[in-house]
Ligand binder design. Structure first.
Ligand code: NAP
Length: 257
């Protein structure tokens, strides 16, 4: 018996689809297990997918995720709400292929934080001054609201709103973009999105991060009593995603605007 659970958005359409999924899967070799599932079926949007992965962040080796979008086309899912039968056929008949997604890891004072989309340092209270290092080389002293570091999949999320480049699927890269940097005759920083190889290590160092927050996908944490934040792709954690039909990356992209 394959153990599965469903994480769905709270709207009526998603909840109805969750029921359809339970009704159909119980007719096959599947049993619902919300505590120890092997497959986490996600019904909702990209935001729901991120929420679901965070629920199982400490058990990524044991679970895979399979998404159905109840809005348009998502970046984390290949099926829409009118394709429930096709979506389930792939699971029931073991027809899908697993794709591996990278996870970003942020380390602050010995505590680790993990993200699918991005890790941000944001200070809305005062100008954040910090030295930015890439692979131990000091790139610049940044002044402004903060910095956003994203994965390829996260490049279409907050990164895109900040003017960051959209990274095509299949590119295992990380990207760093400024959040409201201050640039004038006295202070200067790169002021352009920086796309880096996946083994790059980014470090933000400051005498004070007072008032700043560490944003990790949907979550935020205060950055009190911290002088250094290190961000890189996590070698030890990956997200396994079941992919069914092939959806063109550019068709997904078109649904964004
Ligand atoms: P949320 O409501 O879950 O998501 C906000 C919007 O971002 C939703 O429309 C969501 O799509 C979309 N989104 C999430 N990941 C995406 C991706 N990889 N590519 C394209 N669109 C994506 O908000 P939240 O819980 O506060 O934050 C979750 C994520 O949303 C964050 O990691 C951040 O990147 C993004 N976000 C962006 C902005 C912005 O651009 N100004 C503001 C807030 C949050 P669905 O409708 O499919 O769920």
């Amino acid at each position: 018996m394959e153990k599965y659970t469903v994480v769905s958005k709270l709207d009526e359409v998603s909840k109805k689809i969750e029921k359809e999924i339970d009704d159909r899967l119980c007719q096959f070799d599947f049993i619902r297990d919300d505590e120890n599932p092997e497959t986490v079926i996600v019904v909702g949007g990209d935001g729901t997918f991120i929420y679901a992965v965070h629920q199982f962040m400490d058990r990524l080796k044991d679970v895979r995720f399979y998404g159905l979008h109840t809005g348009t086309l998502g970046f984390y899912s290949d099926y829409q709400d009118h394709e429930v039968d096709e979506f389930l056929d792939v699971l029931i008949h073991h027809e899908g292929k697993e794709e591996i997604l990278s996870v970003l890891r942020g380390e602050v004072n010995g505590n680790c934080y993990y993200a699918l989309n991005e890790i941000r340092v944001e200070n809305a209270a005062r100008t954040q001054v910090m030295d930015v290092y890439v692979n131990d080389i000091q790139l610049e002293t940044f002044r402004g609201t903060g910095m956003c570091v994203c994965t390829q999949l996260g490049s279409t999320a907050y990164n895109r709103s900040l003017g960051g480049a959209v990274l095509q699927e299949g590119l295992d890269l990380i990207e760093m973009v400024e959040i409201a940097g201050i640039h004038h005759s006295k202070y200067r920083s790169l002021d352009a999105p920086l796309v880096l190889k996946s083994d790059s290590v980014i470090r933000f160092v400051s005498e004070s991060f007072e008032g700043a927050l560490l944003g990790v996908d949907s979550d935020v944490y205060p950055l009190e009593d911290c002088k250094k934040i290190e961000i890189k792709i996590c070698g030890a954690r990956h997200i396994r995603v079941l992919r069914g039909k092939k959806v063109s990356y550019f068709d997904r992209l078109k649904t964004l605007y």
